[in-house]
Design a protein around this ligand. Structure first.
Ligand SMILES: NC(=O)c1ccc[n+]([C@@H]2O[C@H](COP(=O)([O-])OP(=O)(O)OC[C@H]3O[C@@H](n4cnc5c(N)ncnc54)[C@H](OP(=O)(O)O)[C@@H]3O)[C@@H](O)[C@H]2O)c1
Length: 241
C-alpha cells in the first residue's frame, strides 16, 4: 500500500506530539505543525524519521502563517489524506474569572480565533491537497467543554465557547463537504496529562500516548456511519451537542 500522509497541528507536545509519534509508528508520513520552534522534541523525532516526518512552522490563529505552512506542505506532499486539527489554547489568562470580577475579553477573543476558527483556516488552506486524496478525512479535536447539554462550569468562557463554536462550524462543514466524499471525525479526547494549564496536569486520567492510541482508534480503525456527524469520546461514547 502506498504511504499515506497526515497533517497534525499543535504537534510540539501533548496529544499532538503523541499522535505524530503514533502515526509514524503505524507507517504514515506526517507533516507536523510546530508552534514553538525553540522546543527540541519534534526536531529530535524528525531527525530519527528522516523523510517521513516534515516540520512546518504554524500558528493556526494567523491566516498568513496557515497559508505559508500549507504552501510549504503541498510543495513537498501534494496529497494530504488525513488532517488532524489538534492545536488549541486554554486561554489561561483569566480563565477562572467569573462575571462579577470582569471577563478577559481579549483572551476570550484570541481563544475563539485559535480554537474555533483555526481548524477552518487549516481546512481551507490544505483543501487542494486533501481533495487529491481518496481518504479525505478531517478530524477535529474538540472537548466536552463545548457541550451545551452538559454545561456545568461558571467560568472558562473563552475555551468552552470556542469548542462549542468549533462543533457548529464542523456541522456546517459536514453539510458542505460530505457530499464530495469528505469524512469527518469530531472528538473529545478525554482528560489527558498535558501542559494545557501551563503545568503538567498530573491528576488527569490518560497519558498522551494512551490518548493518542484511543484517538487513532477512532480516527482510523472504528466503523463509522460516515453520513451522520456525531461527537464521540475516547471510550467510544457519543456526546450530545
Ligand atoms: N488535555 C485535556 O485533558 C484535553 C481535554 C479535552 C480536549 N483537549 C483538546 O486536545 C487538544 C490537544 O490538547 P493537549 O491537551 O495536548 O494540550 P497542549 O499540550 O497544550 O497541546 C496543544 C498544542 O497546540 C499548540 N498551540 C496553541 N496555540 C496554537 C496556535 N495558535 N497555533 C498552533 N498551535 C498552537 C500548543 O502550543 P503551546 O503549548 O506552545 O502554546 C500545544 O503544542 C486540544 O484541542 C485540546 O482542546 C484536551
Amino acid at each position: 500500500m502506498a504511504e499515506l500522509t497526515a497533517f497534525v497541528t499543535g504537534a510540539d507536545h501533548g496529544l499532538g506530539y503523541a499522535l505524530t509519534e503514533a502515526l509514524l509508528g503505524r507507517g504514515w508520513r506526517v507533516v507536523a505543525g510546530r508552534y514553538a520552534p525553540q522546543e527540541s522534541r519534534l526536531a529530535t523525532l524528525a531527525a530519527a524519521h528522516d523523510e517521513r516526518l516534515t516540520l512546518v512552522d504554524l500558528d493556526i490563529g494567523d491566516l498568513r502563517s496557515v497559508r505559508e505552512a500549507a504552501e510549504a506542505t503541498l510543495d513537498r506532499r501534494p496529497v494530504i489524506d488525513l488532517l488532524i486539527n489538534n492545536a488549541a489554547t486554554l486561554g489561561n489568562d483569566g480563565l477562572e474569572r467569573r462575571i462579577s470580577v470582569g471577563l478577559p475579553y481579549d483572551t476570550i477573543a484570541e481563544t475563539i480565533s485559535v480554537n474555533a476558527l483555526g481548524p477552518f483556516r487549516m481546512v481551507e488552506a490544505l483543501l487542494p491537497g486533501i481533495e487529491r486524496s481518496r481518504m479525505r478525512r478531517l478530524c477535529f479535536v474538540s472537548s466536552e467543554a463545548g457541550c451545551i447539554a452538559r454545561s456545568h462550569r461558571s467560568s472558562w468562557y473563552g475555551y468552552s465557547m470556542s469548542k462549542c463554536a468549533l462543533n457548529m462550524g464542523v456541522s456546517i462543514l459536514f453539510n458542505d463537504l460530505r457530499p464530495e466524499g469528505y469524512a469527518f471525525r469530531l472528538y473529545h479526547p478525554g482528560w489527558i496529562r498535558t501542559f494545557m494549564k501551563g503545568e503538567e496536569d498530573l491528576n488527569a486520567d490518560l497519558s498522551p500516548a494512551q490518548a493518542a492510541d484511543a484517538a487513532l482508534g477512532y480516527f482510523l480503525d472504528a466503523e463509522v456511519d460516515e453520513d451522520r456527524l456525531a461527537m464521540r469520546d475516547h471510550t467510544g461514547a457519543e456526546w450530545p451537542w
